[in-house]
Design a binder for this molecule. Structure first.
Ligand code: COA
Length: 170
């Protein structure tokens, strides 16, 4: 593990981040309390929250938001502006009118398995698992698990006919 990215870049915040070797982090990024694996590249304007994990040899493209509760395994491609969602019924305040805290909502985890790709602008709702090698189309809204090797698109995301990309579909 290394505490520093492999590159220099202005305007980035790295706070309490566990970095692997040779990680490249672009400018205008905000990473805190997360883990990033070896050789992964993080694009500009990406935020990765506390408790999130991104594996080795991943590419996370610009403007993506990776929230708490997300695990991205190795060799995953995350397109531009991908949004992970971990709170199904968000509210600003409690019934009593106070701002909500972490105790007031249920965190729903998301796993993106090895070698999967998430198209630009995809939204992944909490609780889903994207199987190994699957492809999620640009702009898809993923509301259910995606089988390994499947190609899904649309809102809600559905398998495209003949969409296997060669991985196991179990
Ligand atoms: C999902 C995807 C992999 C499908 O590619 P494909 O298998 O070659 O599919 P095709 O282009 O042959 O399209 C098949 C059908 O799916 C539809 N489709 C393709 N991509 C779609 C998408 N993202 N959302 C909704 N429908 C889509 C097409 O309109 C077509 O429908 P039709 O048969 O009714 O005309 C691809 O379109 C995609 O979205 N890739 C992600 C690209 C991306 O975000 N890259 C990020 C870095 S630039």
């Amino acid at each position: 593990m290394s505490s520093e990215p492999a590159n220099d870049a202005p305007c980035r915040i790295l706070n309490d981040v566990v970095l692997g070797q040779r990680v490249v982090v672009a400018p205008f990024t905000n990473l805190y309390g997360c883990e990033i694996g070896d050789d992964t590249r993080i694009g500009p304007f990406v935020e990765i929250q506390r408790g999130a994990r991104v594996g080795a040899r991943c590419k996370v493209q610009s403007h993506t938001f990776v929230c708490e509760g997300v695990t991205v395994e190795d060799e995953v491609f995350v397109g531009h502006g991908v949004m992970f969602v971990n709170d199904k019924y968000p509210r600003a305040t409690t019934n009593a009118g106070a701002l909500q805290t972490e105790e007031d909502w249920q965190l729903l985890k998301i796993v993106v398995e090895r070698g999967a790709s998430l198209g630009s602008g995809a939204v992944l709702l909490g609780g889903v698992r994207v199987g190994a090698g699957a492809i999620v189309g640009a702009g898809a809204v993923v509301t259910r698990d995606v089988l390994a090797g499947a190609v899904v698109a649309g809102s809600p995301a559905r398998a495209l006919p003949g969409g296997s990309v060669g991985a196991s579909t179990t």
